[in-house]
Design a protein around this ligand. Structure first.
Ligand SMILES: NC(=O)c1ccc[n+]([C@@H]2O[C@H](COP(=O)([O-])OP(=O)(O)OC[C@H]3O[C@@H](n4cnc5c(N)ncnc54)[C@H](O)[C@@H]3O)[C@@H](O)[C@H]2O)c1
Length: 350
């Protein structure tokens, strides 16, 4: 191994990364490879391009082979897990569009919940019982108070959020039934930004669901203007407040979680956020500063199911994982803009 491993004990690990060709997955694969770990990506490319992994190789000088397969395909999983040994899995694969989950709930329950059950069975059969799982702050629904701690009441308000919550319950039951499992459940707040190289970033298909890529496409002229959903929320400027976290900080959180699952048994849940909330208009102004472009917007009605403010109490991640976010909003905007300018059509430009 050419580079030193980031693991606490200095070992290089073999890690299966499901959904590793996607936005957060590809950034995490960069950090894993840079830390000296071996990575195999399993992805069906439902919402990603294999180009992301070629870019990962350009950034790191190391390859993460892609197995193009579906997590619901138990035969494909078993064949892979029989042919190669893994120390742990990081499980990003899933569908994530809230609106689509309302329109097509069965696709979400099948892909996310049934897919995860299939993956877990295959992992257990291959004696791989260390897992890091992508959950979401959406499991909290409309929070009773902010900042949100992990013991806050849960109550997701849409099918996507309910798939994440069901998977969390399933993982808790699994760890209780079989003490050999070691599971880290990471509740992400709002991932944003891109790798500083400008080579990988968020590449939404169609109209972006998330604010930062939307703003970025307005700034470059691909979309005419931003609609801000609600200007009368009980927040300082009336627009919704969220906890944006740089995707590279988030990726590094996975390495910290991996270290923890490699050294401990049982399941634990932590928030991955910065602890600071920014309003939509604060983000728009930060993006205008970073890009030097105007971001025209108009305030429209609130969307049903939206909430005023959502930001993390990130102290459990600091205590349990020794991790905290380091990159601020300016940096998220600058990196997202670099990615947008270099790849105006995302990986479609490649
Ligand atoms: N981006 C966010 O705002 C956010 C917030 C909280 C949680 N999450 C969760 O983090 C994970 C990664 O999110 P992302 O933003 O990188 O999304 P993404 O869509 O870019 O990545 C998900 C990847 O999973 C793959 N995939 C989907 N279904 C699959 C299946 N059945 N078999 C194999 N591969 C499959 C897709 O092709 C894609 O590459 C998801 O589970 C998502 O729900 C994302």
């Amino acid at each position: 191994m050419s580079e030193a491993s980031a693991s606490g004990d200095g070992r290089a690990w073999r890690v299966l990364v499901t959904g590793g060709a996607g936005y957060i997955g590809s950034h995490t694969v960069v950090e894993l490879l840079r830390a000296g770990h071996e990575v195999v990506v399993l992805d069906n490319l439902a919402n990603a391009s294999a180009e992301s992994l070629r870019r990962v190789e350009r950034i790191t000088g190391r390859a993460a082979p892609l197995v193009r397969a579906d997590i619901r395909d138990e035969d494909a999983l078993s064949a892979l897990l029989r042919s190669q040994r893994f120390d742990a899995a990081i499980h990003f694969a899933g569908l994530k569009a809230v609106g689509e989950s309302v329109a097509r709930p069965l696709d979400y329950y099948d892909n996310n919940v049934a897919g995860t059950a299939t993956l877990l069975r295959a992992l257990a059969a291959a004696d791989v019982r260390r897992l890091v799982f992508s959950s979401s702050a959406t499991v909290y629904g409309d929070p009773e108070r902010v900042p949100i701690t992990e013991d806050a009441r849960t109550g997701p308000t849409n099918p996507y959020g309910r798939t994440k919550w069901m998977i969390e319950l399933m993982l808790g039951d699994l760890a209780a039934a079989d003490p050999r499992w070691s599971i880290s459940i990471l509740r992400y707040f709002n991932p944003a930004g891109a790798h500083e190289s400008g080579l990988i970033g968020e590449d939404p298909r169609g109209v972006p669901n998330n604010l930062m890529p939307y703003v970025s496409q307005v700034a470059i002229g691909r979309l005419p203007q931003l609609s801000v959903f609600g200007g009368d929320w009980p927040t300082p400027d009336g627009t919704g407040v969220r906890d944006y976290i740089h995707v590279v900080d988030l990726a590094r959180g996975h390495l910290a979680a991996l270290d923890r699952v490699l050294g401990h048994r049982g399941a634990f849940t932590v928030n991955l956020g910065t602890g600071t909330g920014y309003s939509v208009l604060e983000l728009v102004r930060a993006f205008e500063r970073a890009s030097g472009r105007a971001v025209p917007y108009r305030i429209v009605d609130r969307r049903p199911g939206d909430i005023a403010a959502c930001y993390a109490d990130p102290s459990a991640a600091a205590t349990l994982l020794g991790w905290r976010a380091e990159l601020g909003l300016e940096r998220m905007c600058a990196d997202a803009w670099r990615w947008q300018q270099a790849n105006p059509q995302g990986y479609g430009d490649a």
